[in-house]
Design a protein around this ligand. Sequence first.
Ligand code: BTN
Length: 241
Amino acid sequence: MIGSTFEYFRSLPGTNDYLRNLETVSPGHVVVTDLQTAGRGRGGHRWEARAGENLLFSFCITVATADSTLSLLPVLISLSVCEAVDPSGMLSVRTKWPNDVVCREKKLCGILIESGVRGSLARVVVGIGLNVNQREFLPEIEGSATSLALLTGVPVDREILLGKVIDELNRVLFHVKRAEAVRRYMARCTTIGRLVSFDYEGNRRIGDAIGIDELGRLLIREAEGVRVYSGSEVTHLRSHR
Ligand code: BTN
């Protein structure tokens, strides 16, 4: 169960790195901090977040490599965050495939999933950076980032929110049927129904994102047929909804 054990630090280089460097760690262990001095995002980017204003945490889980859950993790984790912060859907918090959480095209939450395989088991560290009360962002991301406080106009209690996100992670990962989670993810996914560009075998290609499969891979319709895409990133070009 996620959150069965818990550590809090006022400051850390990064919560993912902290967990990755532990010799032994019990599954479900959560580490949370108010400030990261070397927070990491996907693709080698830095993750910058003002001290004490956001949710910055990581947890560890063990998954059998043969289990489809491993490839579905981006879907399951981003769906959990969406449902925790916007249970009714009133804020229109959406997923951007594979695992960004966005609202009105701006990023609300980034998720960094890193796994190391030992035999038939993968030890997975999941890091979540959720913009909560930060209202001003660095100039380079100002136009593309948002926070819950900006969306709702009111400050949000980070401790209560952390509890809600962890509850939702436990529910989606351990109690919701995979097919139902995929269906709910698709209903929230802003990538589906878009023209997207993506890298495939060194070439930039373009197609219509039409769905995701049971392993969380994006289905993209091209002139030659439907491609099952398991890369890590697509660019949204336009909506045709
Ligand atoms: C992304 O690039 O979208 C992923 C960002 C992930 C940031 C979180 S913050 C907590 C955890 N610790 C890190 O160093 N990164 C993740």
